[in-house]
Design a protein around this ligand. Structure first.
Ligand SMILES: [Ca+2]
Ligand SMILES: [Ca+2]
Ligand SMILES: [Ca+2]
Ligand SMILES: [Ca+2]
Ligand SMILES: [Zn+2]
Length: 400
């Protein structure tokens, strides 16, 4: 929805195919007459872009955010490496100039709903081979949420600034990570919660979000390039789940992410104190009730739904999930532990959205807000993770 690969040749647009051959991650398929049906691939296993010093000056906010995105994608357990290639020399940046580059540009009013685009020479290669991939971050990304006519890309990890939490912006780092997925050959994906869908892929805990690769893109990179000998584990838990799919204008399909829920023992969703609607990026800001808050009572038995992803080396991976009650939205081991469960999470492109039986303690205070949450880790502490900042999240409740 927000992001597209960018086909510059009009006849290519006209020949766009919809590709739906696997239940989850998709590989980019070439669509020009000379290469139709062939799949985008690299002969090497390294993507090493340079940054444009004019629009991404060394030391700027966008410079650090792009480097952050490259480093996060390099955590992938596959045999494809993302390496910062330094600043571009002064030969300028362009598509099809033989050099992989990342820059920022005003893409014009026709692209005001695109936060960034990726363009590869694989589109013009008879064998659909990539030797160059450029990422162009749009400085005219103008979804119609207020403030109007402002660019809608956010560098910080403050959740309140982001579309998904009522704010005005897409997350810059997650947006660039999505484009870096295209660089490797991953296409849009509409069947599961994933990085290559239409929404940023984020774990929220407290006020902050953590961008991450996720199970589906990690599985795709392993399938395309093999498992790295240096691969680590990565389990995550989030309050997002697969919600729906939507067609993109290039014929691909995006996933939309919805919030996970709280159910009663009959598997009926519990009533909400704050109803949740999926954010309309062209609609108003959501200042009151930006997140779902469920109405519960002391001693109530509930089922907390959360999504666990295995984006690491071992599959299936045994994980320990500890569930907590917290008086704030930051879940950590100091909160009141309600239950600990062990799950076996497969890395199979299908994130595990699971429901855990919990009981609201009698110690809670009437009419007060709390948060239920989960902290997940590898059951075997000897198995090290590439990212431990996506291991806890929350769902809001209010005591009736
Ligand atoms: Ca250059
Ligand atoms: Ca280039
Ligand atoms: Ca807490
Ligand atoms: Ca993790
Ligand atoms: Zn895209």
């Amino acid at each position: 929805m927000n992001r597209d690969r960018w086909f510059v040749i009009p006849f290519v647009l006209a020949l766009t195919l919809q590709v739906n051959e696997s239940p989850a991650w998709e590989q980019i398929q070439c669509i020009a007459p000379i290469n139709q049906g062939k799949k985008k691939h690299w002969t090497g296993r390294v993507y090493q872009p340079v940054l444009d010093p004019k629009t991404i000056p060394e030391g700027s906010a966008q410079y650090f955010a792009v480097l952050d995105a490259i480093e996060r994608m390099n955590l992938n357990p596959g045999n494809f490496r993302y390496v910062f290639g330094g600043m571009d020399n002064h030969d300028g940046v362009a598509v099809n100039n033989g050099e992989s580059e990342i820059w920022m540009e005003d893409l014009g009013p026709g692209f005001s709903n695109n936060s960034a685009v990726e363009q590869s020479d694989s589109d013009y290669s008879p064998s659909c081979t990539a030797t160059e991939s450029d990422i162009i971050i749009n400085t005219r990304y103008r979804m119609q949420r207020p403030p109007l006519d402002a660019n809608k890309l956010e560098y910080s990890n403050n959740k309140n600034r982001l579309f998904a939490y009522g704010g005005s912006n897409a997350h810059f780092v997650s947006t660039v990570m999505h484009e870096l997925g295209h660089s490797a050959g991953l296409h849009h994906e509409g069947d599961v919660l994933n990085l290559m869908g239409g929404n940023n892929l984020l774990v929220a805990n407290g006020e902050n979000v953590e961008p991450y690769i996720g199970e589906d893109a990690a599985t795709g990179l392993i399938a395309l390039f093999g498992l790295s000998a240096d691969a680590k584990e990565d389990v995550s838990v989030s309050h997002w789940r697969y919600g729906d799919k939507i067609a993109a204008k290039d014929g691909s399909v995006f996933s939309l992410h919805h919030r996970t829920r709280l159910f009663n023992t009959k598997n009926t969703e519990v009533d909400m104190d704050c109803p949740y609607r999926h954010p309309d990026l062209n609609g108003p800001l959501i200042a009151a009730c930006p997140e779902p808050v469920y109405q519960v009572h002391k001693g109530q038995a509930v089922k907390l739904e959360l999504t666990f992803e295995n984006a690491g080396k071992t599959t299936p991976l045994a994980v320990t999930a500890s569930y907590y009650l917290s008086s704030d939205s930051m879940i950590d081991a100091n909160d009141l532990r309600l239950k600990t469960k062990t799950y076996s999470i497969k890395r199979d492109s299908n994130p595990s959205t699971l429901r855990a039986d919990l009981t609201i303690p009698n110690s809670v205070t009437f009419n007060k807000n709390y948060w239920l949450g989960c902290l997940v880790k590898t059951a075997d502490p000897a198995l090290k993770e590439s990212n431990e900042r996506n291991n806890a999240t929350y769902v809001g409740i209010k005591i009736n």
